[in-house]
Design a protein around this ligand. Structure first.
Ligand code: RNT
Ligand code: ZN
Length: 418
């Protein structure tokens, strides 16, 4: 059956429930997803003196053809973006600075080191987001950065974060859309601490110093990302959820929730409604933790759908800033981006094609049989036909057609890389 025909039939099914499918597709095309550049090169970056990946995160696999320079990484991102419907954003890390072969320490990086990225983003109509890199560096070897007891080391990382906010502001100013500059630090202890408070006092003080200068929120939005544990920080993480939740609320910063940073049965979907009661905006790193914070490629699973439902049914598409965070080097990296990002968008579409208002009402009236029955039936409504039509309309490959393009690209481009 032709895509359009299948779509017209599907549309009728949804319209019976008062869902305006055309309006849904229009809205969907305006929702940006921030695509993390680091899936493209296993979080290596382009620093002149490259350091091994540290910070208790790990990328496994050695699929051939990874990007090893900015041109390759941008080329790969362009390929992925050509397979993903809609206009999106790219999320950079400080280690992706371009310094022309010169060693530039992280505490003195400047907007000019990201000029190529900005020009590229302009050319492709993309927004940019940013992250200071507080790992993969000799000064992070102790597993402590912004909470380090050594004042010189702590100062270095404070200065790095201050420099990073200015780069975020530069992105926002140049591209006309605020950058989210997100601070994540690996700080913690492998074993049971004898003092949980002192490192947190220092982290709080570091953040106060970093955020001392006001930056126009039209250009830059500060986010802070919590974590539960990492490799080497199993027993204690300084920047825990409670730590940052408190800090963010008190200081009007964005809390960033990474879906891999909680206990395995604890879900981010269940946190969104509460957090939005107390702050205007919330940021996400959508990931897929398999038994731990493993950063697998995002799939179209129940928790992804539930997150999308929470955003959509609470009318929070403008309040929840969606970013992705996964890294798999065991499969084609461009396919990883494409799969994960298409799934995120798919989940949003899925959530928008549910009669959320009617379901809310059923719950309010205590009709739990109907609530469950409908929620289950809607899982097999002809959502795929709408998704296919959306892809076609947005000029990207329909269904698994995109995989052919990846294969061609792999042969023509990736296989030629050293
Ligand atoms: C680590 C955090 C963090 C990183 C990126 C590379 O656990 O999730 O967001 O993945 O900054
Ligand atoms: Zn993250």
């Amino acid at each position: 059956m032709a895509i359009k025909e299948a779509y017209e039939l599907a549309k009728q099914d949804y319209e019976k429930w008062g869902i305006d499918v055309e309006a849904v597709l229009k809205k969907l095309s305006t929702i940006p997803v921030s695509i993390h550049c680091w899936q493209g090169d296993d979080i290596a970056g382009f620093e002149v003196n490259q350091n091994e990946l540290s910070g208790g995160i790990d990328v496994t696999g050695n699929y051939p053809g990874k990007a090893t320079n900015p041109e390759e990484l941008r080329q790969d991102l362009e390929k992925a973006l050509s397979l993903i419907p809609g206009k999106h954003r790219v999320n950079l890390h400080a280690i992706y600075a371009e310094t022309d072969g010169e060693v530039v320490e992280r505490d003195v990086i400047e907007p000019k080191h990201f000029e190529n990225w900005v020009n590229w983003a302009k050319e492709h109509g993309l927004g940019l987001d940013f992250n200071p890199t507080l790992f993969s560096h000799p000064k992070a070897d102790d597993g402590l950065t912004l909470s380090h007891p050594d004042e010189a080391i702590r100062k270095f990382w404070i200065d790095h974060c201050i420099a990073s906010r200015k780069i975020g502001a530069y992105f926002g100013q140049e591209l006309g859309t605020p950058a989210v500059t997100n601070i994540w630090i690996p700080d913690g202890y492998k074993d049971i601490p004898s003092d949980r408070l002192t490192p947190r006092l220092r982290l709080k003080d570091s953040l106060d110093q970093i955020f001392a200068e006001d930056i126009d929120e039209a250009h830059n939005l500060d986010a802070i990302e919590s974590k539960l544990f990492g490799i080497g920080s199993e027993a204690y993480v300084v920047g825990s959820h409670e730590f940052y939740l408190g800090y963010a609320l008190k200081n009007n910063k964005l809390c960033l929730l990474d879906t891999g940073h909680f206990h395995p049965t604890e879900t981010v979907s269940n946190k969104i409604s509460s957090m939005l009661l107390y702050s205007d905006k919330l940021a996400l790193h959508v990931s897929r933790p398999v038994r731990w914070d493993s950063d697998h490629v995002v799939i179209f699973d129940d928790e992804l759908k539930e997150i999308a439902l929470e955003i959509v049914r609470n009318d929070a598409l403008d309040r929840v800033i969606i970013g992705l965070d996964f890294f798999d080097a065991s499969i084609n990296r461009i396919a990883a981006w494409t799969i994960g990002t298409r799934n995120m968008i798919k989940a949003l579409l899925y959530a928008m094609l549910v009669p959320n208002e009617q379901l809310k009402q059923l719950q309010e009236e205590g009709h739990f049989t109907d609530r469950l029955a409908l929620m289950e039936e809607f899982k097999t409504y002809p959502f795929g036909a709408v998704w296919d039509y959306y892809c076609e309309k947005m000029g990207v490959p329909v269904k698994e057609e995109w995989l052919k393009e990846i294969k061609t690209y792999e042969e023509a481009v990736l296989s030629k890389r050293k």
